[in-house]
Design a protein around this ligand. Structure first.
Ligand SMILES: [Zn+2]
Length: 279
């Protein structure tokens, strides 16, 4: 993880993100119950994509990534920011995905969904994307069997949440969400920054922001929201270091619920960007 020093002023950040609290949401407090699922949302997920095969699930996840990307690109445009510009790799049977964050390639059954800020990919048109989401489809089939396809999509939204964090950090010059002491990042014996659970909880919260949007798009069925938290719990990623904390079940439920109920990235930042001097 890159180390950063200095912080933008509170007013700059709040102005940049303030649009988020001006929406129709009344912003119920942390821990309030989620609104009921849409009774009219047809199964499966209003798109008619069967997800009971790896190819079907991959098709659904491609659709879901498009919706996640659409949500955050709209947000960033409203915030007068650029991007995000992450790419994603759906790892199917017989395929491998290589990442600068891991020494071993990831295969379809590798139970590790993660985001790596150092990865880049250039498409056929010559556009380069920075930050890669690695998503093993075989493992996702197992996760879906325990939860639901939408819950798997919220795990992808969590990984995208790390990209959102990275973009806010870079574009608004915010400090990294790592252990700090006297205004500087604490370093471990290898000279690396020390992760804190809030860097994961903010990704859960951003995932909740997207889930609220997905709800408005008719993508959410009965029980999907509870399954989403279950999926996030079981799909703890190991992007940075071996000792990356994720928070306990209660904390992760609270983070996702805060993001969902408020639909506000600013609320997520105020709660979990613990290295920023909020007023
Ligand atoms: Zn994560």
């Amino acid at each position: 993880m890159r180390r950063r020093t200095g912080a933008t002023s509170c007013t700059t950040l709040m102005a940049a993100l303030a649009f988020a609290v001006a929406g129709p949401s009344t912003g119920p407090a942390t821990g309030d119950p989620l609104p009921p699922p849409s009774p009219t949302a047809p199964a499966p997920y209003a798109q008619g994509i069967p997800t009971d095969t790896p190819d079907g699930l991959a098709t659904y996840l491609t659709f879901a990534f498009g919706k996640i990307d659409e949500y955050w690109k709209n947000r960033f445009q409203q915030e007068k920011l650029t991007g995000p510009s992450t790419y994603y790799s759906l790892i199917r049977s017989g395929q491998e995905s290589v990442s600068k964050c891991l020494s071993e390639p990831v295969q379809t059954d590798t139970d590790n969904y993660f985001y790596c800020p150092a990865d880049t990919w250039t498409n056929e048109e010559g556009t380069t994307f920075t930050g890669g989401i690695h998503f093993p489809v075989g493992a996702a089939m197992n996760l879906q069997a325990d939860t639901s396809a939408f819950a798997v999509a919220t795990v992808m939204a969590h990984e995208y949440g790390h990209e959102v964090t990275q973009e806010y950090m870079t574009q608004l010059n915010l400090p990294a969400i790592v252990q700090m002491k006297d205004g500087a990042p604490v370093l471990d014996e290898n000279g690396d920054t020390v992760p804190v659970k809030e860097s994961e909880l903010i990704a859960d919260c951003f995932s909740g922001n997207w889930a609220k949007y997905a709800y408005s798009q008719g993508m959410v069925r009965h029980a999907d929201l509870g399954q989403a938290v279950k999926a996030l719990m079981s799909a703890a990623d190991t992007t940075i270091g071996a000792h990356q904390p994720h928070g306990n079940k209660s904390e992760r439920t609270t983070a996702f619920t805060l993001g969902y109920n408020t639909g506000s990235p600013l609320k997520c930042a105020q709660q979990y960007w613990v290295t920023f001097p909020w007023p």
